[in-house]
Design a protein around this ligand. Structure first.
Ligand code: ZN
Length: 758
């Protein structure tokens, strides 16, 4: 794998900086130093608030106080941080150790005492400064994997305001001589007037290492129209392990002027959900990877970004000079290892063409078009004529008309009674062509019936792309109007896309909810008019006022409170055909709510109508279809009249009501039924799993020994529950019962009778 050589001068600078800012902390873990995750990495719905230290597959590595202080807080939970310890340090900072397998003795005793007092495993304890003081380097616990899938130590450092700070900036360093590895670049148009390489959606560009220049390059020069933003898929590697880490800083330069800068030093928990603005949410949801946005998205108030002028990273072809611009991205890790990505963008707005006007004099046919270019002169206008309905095209010379700005004319002998098709383009100084326009001269006598049209639609956040097919050649582009409720009817600009095919872009305006009606009128070469129309519902959700999608009368409704989204969007509901899955039965139609890449600031509530008479059925809940096609429980709230069942959701996707009729599975109850053992403190355990709604609360998992509920530890990632008696059990027979409920209230029980013998 190619990577740039680290300059020795920058290494020595970094070492100096690192040691001068080294805060003299003790390393927290007894294991060879390596990281599996770094600060501010993308996690589902939040930013990673600390660093993850590799425990090399082990649990039980010693965990130490990084400085003098005291135990401030201790928490236990089957989820999230698992067993977690918070130390308040003498310098005012807080050190947090998570996913521990156990605490050191005095802490463990306090936790177990509180668990016994509350009768539950999950506790959250605040301690006074004099209860458990700690000295730097003192053993405070053992690493584990509570609340997570893989053993590691999650270590967080928080400042006096309880904001997580980057531990690597505070002296917790590992050996790293490897530069960040940029993988791919995305370019995303920001509105309907913008495009990249002619496309309206994000385009991905692979990066190639250029050994001579010691930098990464694109293999092409993307053509940008309007306003676009960039995002970079990049990760860092350190010396000790192959884990992909976050970079420390990113900078974007256009023509050597810095227009965006990010450094991951600190954030506040109140803005951690802005992770979906920090990285490209659409690409993430589509499984394309994590792309760091190289611009500050609307609503993104994370404190990572340095440069706020010049549109904060937006590249605007309407402001910058047309032509090629040099773009450079610098990715840095925490140790000064740097990678550069360098490429050119062609910023150039496409020329535009008005209708083709055709008129005759006594001997000639004249064709006249108006061509304009928003950012420069028109290089030439191309006019092509076909006498055989598009089979063969003959180029004509078009010349600009003196005294008439932007007007170009071509001339040809009048063919008399045959039909001519005329196709026109304009080309600008960079060879970028306008969309073609089509016109005709003469009338074909033989076409029967009216022209017919077909169409389909692609929706973007605030515009629709309309594709139209005609069943025959048309004399010119069809006229397309959109009539959106509460708005004046608007003409949709339409151009020729291919033979019989046209494309139009219709911006959708935020306003009244209701149907948008689209009408298409076109004339064929025999002069017959054809018309068609269709409509689609438009629901607008605004940042300020909120809004709703769908209608519960039609089966689904999503309600957005004011401030629930960062930007206004036009949404839609589409019915889907999707089946049940084992353990879950469909109790409503499935609906796809668009756009599924809109980022939420908070939650929306999705309501679905249950079948008649099933309003009280508690086994029915709202489910969301995951990207890999699994139905996942989203919630069950009933707060509306009419019995609609709702769930709070953080994104749009496909939703349906499903009924979970299958109780959880319990297996491998230990000690085994009928076992005789001399072990007086046997570990009581069982494996548990629920395929439908899942197990949502720790009180839904119970171990009952001889009629007494014990404080068992539920371990969701390994689907297990366990308990080790604190005192030896009495000789004789014991009864262990396992009781597990899912979120739908289905309950399973299993039991085992075992005997302790002398
Ligand atoms: Zn972590």
């Amino acid at each position: 794998m190619p990577r740039p050589i680290l300059l020795s001068i920058s290494l020595s600078l970094v070492v100096l900086t690192a040691s001068s800012r080294g805060d003299g902390y003790h390393w927290p873990l007894d294991a060879p130093r390596a990281l599996t995750s770094t600060f501010a990495e993308h996690r589902s719905g939040h930013l990673h608030a600390g660093i993850d230290l590799k425990t090399w597959g082990q649990v039980g590595c010693g965990v130490h106080a990084v400085g003098d202080g005291y135990v401030w807080r201790v928490r236990t939970s089957p989820w999230n941080y698992g067993k977690a310890l918070y130390l308040r340090l003498q310098d005012g900072k807080t050190a947090l150790y998570a996913h521990l397998s156990d605490f050191a003795i005095p802490i463990r005793e306090i936790v177990e005492g509180e668990q016994a007092r509350q009768g539950r495993y999950s506790v959250d304890l605040a301690l006074e400064p004099d209860e458990i003081p700690v000295r730097e380097g003192e053993l405070v616990g053992f690493s584990g994997r509570t609340g997570c899938d893989h053993p590691h130590l999650h270590f967080e450092l928080r400042d006096e305001e309880n904001c997580p700070v980057n531990p690597l900036s505070h002296g917790f360093s590992v050996a790293d001589h490897r530069a960040p590895l940029p993988v791919s670049l995305s370019i995303t148009p920001l509105d309907w007037r913008s495009a990249v390489d002619g496309q309206l959606g994000s385009q991905l560009y692979p990066l190639r290492w250029n050994a001579k220049e010691r930098q990464y390059r694109l293999t092409s020069i993307p053509h940008v129209e309007g306003r676009v933003v960039l995002a970079l898929a990049v990760h860092d590697l350190a010396d000790g392990a192959e884990n992909r880490l976050n970079v420390y800083a990113l900078h974007l330069f256009v023509d050597e002027r810095r227009i965006f800068s990010a450094a991951y030093d600190r954030f506040s928990f109140s803005s951690t959900d802005k992770v979906n603005l920090e990285t490209d949410y659409d690409l993430f949801r589509r499984g394309r990877g994590i792309y760091h946005n190289l611009y500050v998205a609307q609503g993104n108030d994370l404190p990572f970004y340095g440069i706020q002028e010049l549109n904060s990273g937006v590249i605007d072809a309407r402001i910058l000079k047309p032509g090629q611009h040099q773009v450079r991205i610098r990715a840095e890790d925490h140790y000064g290892n740097t990678s550069q990505v360098e490429f050119f963008l062609l910023l150039d707005n496409r020329p535009q063409l008005e209708d083709v006007h055709i008129y005759r004099d006594s001997i000639s046919l004249h064709m006249e078009v108006r061509a304009t270019d928003p950012d420069g002169p028109i290089q030439r206008v191309l006019v092509e004529v076909s006498e055989d309905l598009g089979g063969r095209w003959e180029p004509l010379k078009a010349v600009s008309v003196p005294g008439q700005e932007d007007v170009y004319r071509a001339r040809r002998m009048d063919p008399g009674d045959s039909v001519l098709l005329i196709r026109t383009w304009a080309e600008d100084q960079f060879g970028v062509r306008s969309h073609p326009r089509i016109g005709s001269a003469g009338v074909l006598p033989r076409e029967d019936g009216e022209p017919k049209f077909g169409w389909n639609l692609t929706f973007y956040h605030n515009f629709a792309e309309i594709f139209i097919r005609s069943d025959r050649l048309l004399a010119q582009e069809p006229k397309v109007m959109i009539n959106q409720m509460g708005e004046e009817p608007r003409l949709v600009p339409v151009h020729l896309e291919g033979p019989y095919q046209y494309r139009g872009l219709a911006p959708l305006l935020p306003g009244m909810d209701g149907d948008a009606v689209v009408s298409i009128v076109g004339r064929d070469l025999s002069g017959r008019l054809g018309a068609a129309g269709f409509s689609f519902p438009v629901n607008t959700v605004t940042k300020k006022g909120g809004g709703r999608l769908g209608d519960i009368q039609e089966g689904i409704e999503a309600v957005f409170q004011p401030g629930c989204v960062y930007q206004t969007f036009v949404g839609r509901v589409e019915e889907m055909t999707i089946g049940s899955q084992p353990g879950l039965s469909m109790r409503s139609k499935a609906f796809f709510l668009y756009p599924d890449d809109i980022v939420f600031d908070g939650r929306a509530t999705v309501f679905l109508a249950p079948p008649e008479g099933q309003e009280q059925n508690e086994r029915i809940g709202v489910y969301r279809l995951s990207r890999d096609g699994e139905w996942c429980f989203a919630g069950r709230i009933v707060e509306r009249t009419g019995g609609a069942v709702g769930a709070q959701v953080k994104s749009l996707s496909t939703f349906a009501l499903l009924e979970d009729q299958i109780a959880p599975l319990i297996w491998r109850v230990r000690p085994k039924n009928g076992l005789q053992t001399r072990q007086q403190r046997p570990v009581l355990s069982a494996r548990i799993r629920d395929k439908g709604s899942g197990i949502g609360r720790e009180e839904d998992v119970m171990l009952v020994l001889d009629g007494q509920t014990v404080i068992s530890q539920y371990d969701p990632p390994v689907e297990a529950v366990s308990y080790r008696p604190k005192k030896p059990l009495a000789l004789g027979e014991h009864l262990l019962e396992v009781i597990v409920r899912d979120r739908a209230g289905n309950e399973s029980r299993a039991q085992s009778r075992f005997t302790i013998i002398p």
